[in-house]
Design a protein around this ligand. Structure first.
Ligand SMILES: Nc1ncnc2c1ncn2[C@@H]1O[C@H](COP(=O)(O)OP(=O)(O)OP(=O)(O)O)[C@@H](O)[C@H]1O
Length: 342
């Protein structure tokens, strides 16, 4: 495949996403694609992402991968993943442009149904995505949404716990499920919890957990992992929507509904023809200061997806969290796509 890099459309922790124009009109690949590129630092994550996408095969609700390519640009070796291009970017950007208002419920229902079909496929093949959030749900010209960014996805195969001996944060803390906080469990049920958080954010324009600016993210992990508090269910949501979220926010992963079960919930099991696609005309408001998913581990309101790993063997959730919260500030170090807390 021959292609030319165009404008940059997104940044990840270790990658840049640009438009790619297919210069050889062979018909095998679309004329316009997205190319996710990284230097050697992020190469392993890109090749892992490709292998997950290859295993998943074709699914209309998952961003397609057309292949990988190595280039040398400005003397630097670049690893590139060629992907289906989502011309309207991520739902995170889309919702942010609404100035904190959120999307109409009919649209939220439709997007939720699409993400659930994608998740059902991912889970049926034996993977968990591990980083479901609005930034990883991409919006296409025709209003369809697809799941992207499989950099943290993992094969579950019955073992939901990447490491029993460590405290690991995989993905974005605001979307973390209680069992991930308490037991390092990252299975399909954790994706369903994260989907619930994404639904709240789509509808309300605000994150599912309200957090004070500047607060330590460990205090959020304690709220998620210990006690009865649940993410905030928007009051303006229909009773069906509230019930749907309560099925996603069951603290016990064994009792939480699966993607397959949720696809039969009345919140999403509707005839799409009944809905007007009114949100396609988007009111772009001046960006307000909306609490979105954090971007980096150093500032609460700016975290990004990451994994943190404390190499201590601790038995109870309280002990595990306590080890991270107590004492002086943690010593952060970043390696690969991982953040380590010592
Ligand atoms: N196929 C695509 N089409 C259009 N835009 C895309 C596409 N893939 C990614 N983007 C844009 O680039 C951003 C970063 O992409 P992505 O999340 O895949 O990168 P990442 O390095 O894995 O990020 P993260 O640090 O969140 O793991 C997305 O939020 C989105 O705005």
């Amino acid at each position: 495949m021959e292609w030319v890099r165009g404008e940059t459309v997104g940044f990840g922790t270790f990658s840049t996403v640009s438009v790619a124009t297919n210069t050889r009109d062979s018909g095998d690949f679309p004329a316009i694609m997205a190319v996710k590129s990284s230097d050697s630092y992020g190469a392993a994550s890109l090749s892992k992402e490709k292998s997950v996408l290859d295993s998943l095969g074709d699914c209309p609700e998952i961003v397609r991968c057309y292949g990988e390519d190595l280039t040398v640009e400005n003397g630097e070796k670049m690893h590139n993943l060629l992907l289906e291009y989502a011309s309207r970017g991520s739902l995170a950007t889309h919702v942010k442009k609404l100035g904190g208002e959120g999307l109409p419920e009919s649209t939220v229902r439709r997007h939720t149904g699409s993400v659930l079909r994608g998740l059902r496929h991912i889970h049926a093949i034996g993977f968990a995505h591990c980083d479901i959030k609005l930034g990883n749900i991409l919006l296409f010209n025709d209003g369809a949404v697809k799941i992207a960014d499989f950099g943290l996805a993992r094969r579950v195969d019955g073992d939901l716990t990447p490491s029993k001996k460590s405290v690991e944060i995989r993905g974005t803390p605001l979307y973390m499920a209680p069992e991930s906080v308490n037991e390092n469990e990252y299975g399909s049920a954790a994706d369903v919890w994260a989907l619930g958080c994404a639904v709240v954010e789509m509808f309300s324009g605000k994150t599912a957990w309200s957090v004070k600016e500047g607060s330590h993210f460990m205090s959020l992990l304690i709220r998620i992992g210990v006690g009865d508090e649940l993410p905030k269910i928007p009051e303006m949501l229909s009773e069906e929507g509230k019930d749907f979220l309560l099925k996603c926010f069951v603290k016990d992963p064994e009792k939480r509904w699966t993607a397959e079960m949720l696809l039969n919930h009345s919140f999403v099991a509707v005839d799409l023809e009944d809905y007007h696609r009114e949100d396609f005309v988007v009111k772009f408001k001046e960006e307000e200061k909306v609490l979105m998913s954090p971007k980096c581990p150093f500032e609460f309101h700016d975290w990004e997806s990451f994994t943190s790993d404390s190499h201590t063997s601790l038995d109870s959730p309280v002990e595990r969290l306590g080890s991270l919260v107590s004492g002086s500030s943690p010593d952060w170090s970043v390696g690969g796509s991982w953040v380590t807390v010592r």
